[in-house]
Design a protein around this ligand. Sequence first.
Ligand SMILES: *Cc1c(COP(=O)(O)O)cnc(C)c1O
Length: 476
Amino acid sequence: MPSDDEILAELTRLRAHDAPTRGGRTFAYVYEAGLPGLDDLAARAYATFATVNALDMTVFPSVVRLENDVVAFAARLLGGDDATRGSFTSGGTESILLAVKAARDHARATRGLTDPAIVLPATAHVAFRKAAHYLGLRVVTVPVDPVTLTPDPRDMAGAVGERTALVVASAPSYAHGVLDPVADIAALARERGVWCHVDACVGGMVLPYLRRLGRDIAPFDLSVPGVHSLSVDLHKYGFADKGASVVLYRDAALRRHQYFASAAWPGYPVVNPTILGSRSAGLLASAWAVLRHVGDDGYADLAAAALRATEAVVAGVERIDGLRVLGSPASTLVCVASDITDPLNVADEMRERGWFLQPQLSFGGLNRTLHLTVTPATGPRAADMLADLAEAVRVAADLPSPDPDPDVAEAIAALNPAELGPEDMAAVLAAAGIVPGEGVPARSAPVLALLDAAPQELKELFLVEFVGSLFSASGA
Ligand SMILES: *Cc1c(COP(=O)(O)O)cnc(C)c1O
């Protein structure tokens, strides 16, 4: 039997090829406050509650206290009042799934709507598409302006019809970091008696503090008339460990549609406010401890630090020949386009220099871009990152295009997803340089470019096959 130290050392070794989660080098997925001791506090708070099951709050009443504190913090910050209610969830995706379910069931109960649709700006987070997929809603997509990257409220209004259960606005969007016209979208929803959800997953813990610092932030929260629900992730700019988000509702009558209860079995009486059944209270306790430790003033300081870092990144990117920032970043997310080189090659060059910038594929009329999530920990690193970025752009400009040969691209574009068998899939993965059992190729640009040559449905099939090839445990 291995010792505890050996087991832990093994876990540490397994992380050797991961992107670093601390040190300001990873510009997506990771949100780093840079506060000494915070990780340790989060881990100890988790450990204190690791064995508590949040499934039954009558048996573990501490869970009620913790969740009420966390939800109250979010409600106070985001324009709530005494009527506001919410839930702690495992992340933005769960918060969004629940809000969409609540809106769908509210529309069924109050309007008799049985074939619901959701109206989304094209830039809305993909979690809404996932929710629609899971919950059986039709998606109506509204294109965004190619320069502002936000939807025109008139187009949103035009997309709302008899079947619309809810409309969505982002505050801000993930891909481009721009703020949708929330007040206009909420107003048009209100006129038509339709639910409006504000996705503040990434902005909810930043925008209120930026406003407090004097930045001009258009109204986007629960104080806006017509907003029914709002999602805000604590595991982003709340700097809690992953698995922490809040969904808020204007009142208990709206939230009721989120809950599931059943007495139709012989076991204990069931009421699940959120999606999971049994779940550790550790993540809730951990997020609670982080909120307590950082506090309102601490978050204001962190937002200020992240904003300064963002301004440095934006100014630095604009100074690099061939790069430009898209849209008008509302908070601390930056989207970078290039006129002289392929962002996919730039991302690979940056990866070789120890930085992760997130490549984004072409979409509608928009070319490929890089996404940068900036955090307080970016600040001390910004100058180094920008120097490497300038060099990466120069090197990448001389690299061959990562795009597949035109005849390969044409063949891929012509594939019929409905007719593809396992051998065709294997052939496409092989063409992308993916060898089963060998994980992800070091240079991702050719793989992503091949993916980008495929129409949407085919892209999705390839993604499923590729990730399926990674998770290949056979039990043997
Ligand atoms: C992160 C994010 C989400 C949800 O993502 P999770 O990864 O499930 O937390 C939703 N909307 C926006 C705008 C986001 O940035």
